[in-house]
Design a protein around this ligand. Structure first.
Ligand code: DAT
Ligand code: MG
Length: 150
């Protein structure tokens, strides 16, 4: 079982797409183990996007991600990190495969609706930036045996 950090970004919240995006992950079988509505501070944005500091798009990225509320979640499931990235689509919505969240709802890289951790190391770094241990729940669903083989 893997865990991954999801951010439903400001554009998606403003456009009324919270439910649509959660629905896609939920129906896939991923288990929501943490979730909250919040506004990201510049300090938190700079920590989360530290790897992009110095790149030309960095100032705009920090402005965008802090501009309005977001929904953050931790999702759990078999190969969750990769499955979420495939469900999201490529970073630039113009290049994302049809059927993915970014392709179905976006056009531009700076308004790409959703974030998902890109590796186990990234997930381990990102999840504690947004959630304390007691905000992440361990539980099972009655449907789990119909989603997870063991
Ligand atoms: P991803 O969000 O797919 O993990 P990333 O980590 O490379 O992509 O970049 C983080 C965010 O920064 C991305 O969602 C949108 C923005 N971004 C990345 N590359 C960009 C570029 N070339 N021009 C403008 N914004 C960019
Ligand atoms: Mg990334």
């Amino acid at each position: 079982m893997e865990r991954t950090l999801i951010i439903i970004k400001p554009d998606a919240v403003q456009r009324g797409l919270i439910g649509e995006i959660i629905r896609r992950f939920e129906r896939r079988g991923l288990r929501i183990v943490a979730m909250k509505l919040m506004q990201i501070t510049p300090e938190l944005a700079e920590r989360h996007y530290a790897v992009h500091r110095g790149k030309p798009f960095y100032p705009g990225l920090i402005r965008y991600i802090t501009s309005a509320p977001v929904v953050v979640m931790v999702l759990e499931g078999t190969r969750a990190i990769e499955v979420v990235r495939r469900t999201m689509g490529a970073t630039n919505p113009a290049e994302a495969a049809p059927g993915t969240i970014r392709a179905d709802f976006g056009l531009e890289v700076g308004r790409n609706l959703v974030h998902g951790s890109d590796s186990p190391e990234t997930a381990a770094f990102e999840i504690p930036l947004f959630f304390t241990d007691d905000e992440i729940l361990s539980y099972s669903r009655a449907t789990d045996p119909w989603i997870f083989e063991s």
